[in-house]
Design a protein around this ligand. Structure first.
Ligand code: XMP
Length: 508
């Protein structure tokens, strides 16, 4: 096992993002809270340290201190924002507190240095801070400045200590990943040695240590996350895993068959399909309120799953495909509830299982890479995200078999045309919504009063914010024409050009 790059977390928003960038560069990384850092440095024998940002001011009473082991270890270290202030403060630099505040994009001018080797002299970087370093500690050289910050980057090549005031890990910083690479490869002298295969072995190892001789259930949704989680756990514990697929009848065209074929033929594992369409339709009858729909679906899902689980003996673990962005979206109970997200990974712990969450630290693209490496078929791994409550949140108003069929048919046309045109790969999600509105039209010589379908496509990095898809007008026209002519009950098609925020991706 590789020795980690230890990311020491001082309460940053971006600790996971730093760890992820480090993995992208081919290094194994682990995150540790600042209070546990000294012990982790001793036990895990890291190759290098990264000190994250954090909300405090280094000079404020009670601020999180630099763990003793950081400097004592003599390890190559990169301080980011608060991490930079900690290094400057500990080594005799001068800090100015709260005088200059900079937020958002800022122009940086750089000097010849380890951190900026091979990068342009001027770069746009992402700042978010109150404190700054006004004079670097002895032994350090200021290697980057902005209009208002004289020491926006500093390094002491000899002691292998580096620091930046801005955030190289976020996408808004130009060439930020290259700066991290310069730190790891040139500054710390390390060579990348971490691959997706290693990530799989590590996960398999952890699963085996947790589950031991036990048995686990996984609820498949047809989505990427539960599919990869299932495959990974199957790699770890073999047929001690049983996959349950609750077919609630709210899936897209051909989807249930795809899931079944995926896990009985392409990637066979113990698999059971539970046909619950009628029960879900009955439970949703006449329900119009979006939150009520979501709650009922969530409840019915749990009841169906629990009933099945009770028939089985000896299964004490439950595998969930929770990803890191799901962990943040749940916000530890502090964020306002925009939608009560349900996914099959959202089975509550009270259901009486011990949870196995092998993807909890990962981002979607990393999960896809693991899925590909495990040999899952591309049609399962490359799928767009699909909400747990399925088409029910894309049929505005009451859900019925008939209205589901309309949404499904329109959606299949949207999917087919976007895939054919090669646009699908550029989009995060694309689908049709049955808007619940009717409009007057004319077909042949007659008046019509039919349903309105909205086409929704978005680009996004993680689903947390999104922009509407800029599609060629001809393509939109083609989809609209096909929907109106092939789906009888639809008389008009509109294109949704709302970003998130202020909208959400789904309509309900
Ligand atoms: P919204 O509509 O909140 O969606 O902008 C953000 C992302 O989450 C998906 N989504 C869900 N996923 N269970 C899920 O597993 C849900 O209840 C749910 N609601 C929305 C949505 O498709 C988008 O990718």
């Amino acid at each position: 096992m590789s020795r980690p790059i230890l990311v020491i977390d001082f309460g940053a928003q971006y600790a996971q993002l730093i760890a992820r960038r480090v993995r992208e560069l081919g290094f194994y990384s682990e995150i540790v809270r600042h209070s546990a850092a000294d012990q982790a440095i001793l036990e895990r024998r890291p190759q290098a340290l990264i000190l994250t940002g954090g909300p405090d001011s280094v000079v404020a009473p009670g601020a999180k201190a630099l763990p003793e082991g950081v400097l004592k270890s003599g390890l190559p270290t990169l301080g980011i924002c608060y991490g930079m202030h900690l290094l400057a403060h500990a080594l005799g630099g001068t800090l100015s507190s709260g005088e200059v505040r900079e937020y958002g994009r800022t122009d940086l001018s750089t000097e010849r240095s380890v951190l900026f080797t091979g990068l342009p002299r001027y770069l746009t970087v992402w700042m978010s801070h109150g404190d700054t370093v006004s004079a670097p500690p002895p032994g350090f050289r200021a290697v980057g400045k902005t209009r208002s910050v004289p020491v926006a980057a500093m390094e002491d090549e000899q002691r292998r200590l580096f620091a930046v005031q801005f955030h190289p890990e976020v996408a808004h910083t130009d060439r930020g990943t290259d700066m991290l690479k310069n730190f790891l490869c040139s500054g710390a002298g390390l060579t990348p040695d971490w691959t997706t295969e290693d990530a799989i072995s590590l996960a398999v190892d952890r699963i085996r240590r947790q589950v031991k001789e036990g048995r686990a259930l996984v609820a498949l949704s047809g989505g990427v996350d539960s599919a990869v989680a299932a495959a990974l756990v199957h790699r770890a514990i073999g047929d001690h895993l049983l996959a349950l697929f609750v077919d609630h009848g709210l899936l897209r065209q051909g989807e249930a068959e795809l899931v079944e074929a995926g896990f009985t033929q392409d990637y066979p594992l113990p698999f059971r399909r539970i046909n619950a369409q009628a029960a879900f339709l009955a439970g949703l009858k006449g329900v119009k309120d979006p939150e009520e729909k979501r709650k009922r679906i969530g409840r019915m899902f749990i009841d169906t799953f629990r009933a099945e689980a009770e028939r089985l003996n000896g299964y004490t673990f439950l595998v969930q495909g929770t990803l890191y962005p799901d962990v943040i979206e749940s916000g530890g109970g502090q964020a306002a509830v925009i939608k009560s997200h349900h996914n099959v990974g959202g089975l509550p712990e009270e259901i009486g299982f011990e949870l196995v969450e092998p993807l909890r630290d990962l981002f979607k693209d990393e999960v896809r890479a693991i899925g590909r490496e495990l040999g899952l078929p591309p049609r399962l791994v490359e799928r767009q995200p699909f909400p747990g409550p399925g088409l029910a949140v894309r049929v505005v108003g009451a859900v019925s078999a008939k209205r589901l069929a309309i949404a499904r048919a329109a959606d299949a046309i949207v999917t087919e045309e976007l895939e054919k045109a090669g646009s699908a790969a550029k989009l995060w999600q694309y689908f049709a919504v049955l808007t619940g509105t009717r409009s007057v039209g004319v077909m042949g010589d007659g008046r019509t009063y039919h349903e309105v379908v909205a086409i929704r496509t978005v680009t996004s990095a993680d689903g947390m914010t999104a922009d509407w898809g800029r599609l060629p007008l001809d393509l939109l026209e083609k989809m609209a024409n096909r929907i109106v002519s092939e789906v009888r009950e639809v008389g008009r098609v509109v294109y949704d050009i709302t970003s998130k925020p202020p909208g959400t991706i789904e309509w309900e």
